[in-house]
Design a protein. Structure first.
Length: 191
């Protein structure tokens, strides 16, 4: 290229319309790149939230086992509340990155959330039953409440073990397996 050719190219890029178009394109590219990065971060956050809930489930499992053992061994209970799973945040993240998730992945998250909410409800019922022990009770009432509470703690242990397995399948990327597996409660029960 000679000097005249460079001058034509320089004049072309020195044009205000061309400069405005290039600036607009650069701004558009920056917005696209930023959105892509933000959505990738949300996908990582969703995965991290499943990991957090897996650890949360393991801690709740230890609590349920401890409460069941306390009831069995000492016929005592503690009506302390247990921290709930944060399923609303997971559903919010899914809504924001839905177009990046497969159908199986979205259904797997919904299955995890449903299971977590069911477990939280069992914990809540157990707390309500445990609070009834603080009042005056007859022997038959106490025995009935104790049996109900023991069943709730056993159900909680079973469901938490199933949830832990489900979270592990999700984190391993086995979404369809997580959805199609027949979760038989007998495989998760503890004596």
């Amino acid at each position: 290229m000679n000097e005249a050719d460079f001058r034509v190219v320089a004049d072309f890029f020195n044009n205000q319309s061309v400069g405005a178009a290039l600036g607009a394109f650069a701004a558009f590219a920056l917005v696209v790149l930023t959105d892509w990065r933000r959505e990738r971060r949300k996908l990582k956050t969703l995965r991290s939230e499943v990991e957090v809930n897996l650890e949360h489930a393991k801690a709740k499992l230890a609590t349920a086992r401890r409460m069941r053992a306390l009831l069995r061994e000492r016929n005592e209970t503690t009506p302390a509340p247990v921290l709930r799973f944060n399923t609303a945040f997971m559903r919010q993240l899914v809504g924001e990155v839905m177009h990046h998730l497969s159908g199986d992945q979205r259904r797997a998250i919904e299955g995890l959330c449903y299971t977590m909410e069911a477990i939280d409800e069992i914990f809540s019922q157990s707390q309500t039953i445990a609070q009834q022990f603080t009042g005056p009770l007859g022997h038959a009432e106490r025995d009935s409440l104790s049996q109900n509470l023991h069943l709730n703690w056993s159900d909680t242990v079973t469901n938490l073990k199933r949830l832990i397995e489900m979270c592990e399948h999700y984190l391993a990327g086995r979404f369809s397996y997580l959805l199609n597996k027949q979760y038989d409660a007998k495989n998760y029960e503890e004596p």
